[in-house]
Ligand binder design. Structure first.
Ligand code: SF4
Ligand code: SF4
Length: 405
């Protein structure tokens, strides 16, 4: 990631068009001028870069009160990389002050650096209660993690059409192994051999959200050394945030002269979200009928692929009998944003309330989304009414008749 000072020129490109206003979930909830994306980067310019303004508690709050959803960056008429600027500012502040939020560091930082720390994940509930987070705010931890179900190579059924390496995100490994089980089985049924390399770790996105590039680089180095030299057609992930991290952020986090850059460029062109990958390849076998309706919550981290936001609609409407019902605003943020909702509970719950109301008004039997954090956060608000939210691969796996998804 560029040093924060290097973003001054890009900040100056802001034309104050305010296109970013309606796309910012935080502004739409707070309705306070200072958290507008364009004002957020102005605060960064003045309090972190040219220091014409003190880095006051309010300035820190404005910088911290950003979901890094990327919605502003996606729609910015001057192509200002607002989320990258916020990340770089957090890194600079972190070096000055020792971090923005101890809670997020505690919960996400250490636990995700090593995939082997499953036991530590098991202690997470007790840890977060000590710092004032209720158990209901914690994602569910699976009794059996995905890496205990599958590792190594899963052969394709029938004639082999392709070979992929599967990057299993932390959300799937620790919270929702059913997504991984569905992914492996659906790919295999469609003639794709799946390699699940050992030793893979968190993609590093929770660390860059905290401005902790040192930890992120450690994770990037491990994953790049595992995935970059594999002879596969694609590297698939079921998580849109992990996909964005591999595809766009790996190269930005590292210095330009970092020796890992060459390996990263060899890797990024082959990274796909799995629903998107399968949709491009085409289903080999149309699944069985499903007499139910579904809707699709599009994750915010979608801009790294031109087609990832279309894939679930296109692939799941091939299931005979499955009725697709579009949400009023399918790309509305849910307010979770990794661990953001833990530190900004009231704000996140306000943002989520709109998303949940859309889903209730829609009335579909099932909601699909490719983000495990959206799945957890929206799902916990949908429990009362009994609407289920799953990964698109799970819906597809059920239509193929797989049990246990
Ligand atoms: S990344 Fe999201 S929350 Fe942050 S300023 Fe942009 S739109 Fe607002
Ligand atoms: S959309 Fe971009 S150019 Fe327009 S006000 Fe927002 S940051 Fe500035």
């Amino acid at each position: 990631m560029k040093k924060i000072e290097e973003y001054a020129e890009q900040i100056s490109r802001c034309s104050h068009c305010s296109y970013c206003q309606a796309s910012c979930p935080v502004f739409m909830e707070d309705i306070v001028e200072s958290v507008l994306p364009r004002n957020r980067i102005e605060v960064i310019l003045r309090s972190v870069i040219d220091k014409s303004m003190p880095l006051s508690p309010r300035a820190l709050e404005i910088i911290d009160r950003c979901l890094l959803c990327t919605n502003c960056t996606q729609g910015c008429s001057s192509q200002v990389p607002i989320d990258d600027i916020v990340i770089a500012a957090r890194s600079a502040i972190s070096m000055q002050t020792g971090g923005l939020s101890g809670v997020k560091n505690l919960v996400m930082g250490k636990m995700l650096r090593q995939r082997g720390l499953t036991a530590l994940m098991g202690k997470a509930g007790a840890m977060v209660q000590k710092v004032g987070i209720a158990t209901k705010d914690m994602p569910p931890l699976a009794a059996k993690t995905f890496d205990k179900f599958y590792s190594g190579t899963v052969k394709a059924e029938g004639e082999t059409r392709g070979r992929v390496a599967y990057f299993v995100g932390c959300g799937t490994n620790f919270m929702y192994p059913d997504t991984g089980v569905a992914t492996v089985n659906v790919l295999s049924r469609n003639g794709i051999e799946v390699i699940i390399p050992e030793g893979q770790v968190c993609c590093g996105i929770p660390s860059i959200a905290e401005g902790d590039f040192k930890s992120a680089r450690e994770m990037i180095e491990v994953n790049v050394s595992i995935f970059s030299d594999l002879e596969v057609d694609a590297i698939v992930t079921d998580c849109t945030s992990c996909g964005m991290m591999f595809k766009e952020k790996f190269t930005k986090v590292l210095e330009t002269a970092d020796p890992l850059q060459e390996k990263i460029s060899n890797l990024t062109s082959r990274v796909w979200e799995v629903t998107d990958f399968l949709n491009h390849l085409g289903l080999r076998e149309i699944p069985g009928p499903m007499d139910s309706s579904f809707t699709y919550h599009v994750p915010c981290h979608r801009a790294w692929s031109p087609t990832v936001r279309h894939a679930p609609r296109q692939i799941l409407t091939q299931i005979p009998g499955a009725e697709f019902r579009e949400l009023e605003n399918p790309e509305r943020c849910c307010g979770a944003a990794g661990a953001f909702y833990m530190a900004h509970r009231e704000l996140s719950e306000g943002i989520r309330a709109h998303r949940v109301q859309d889903i209730k008004d829609n009335g579909a039997d099932l909601v699909v989304t490719q983000c495990p954090v959206c799945r957890f956060y929206i799902g916990s608000a949908l429990k009362e009414q009994g609407t289920e939210i799953v990964h698109p691969m799970i819906m597809l796996a059920r239509a193929y008749g797989f049990n246990g998804c």
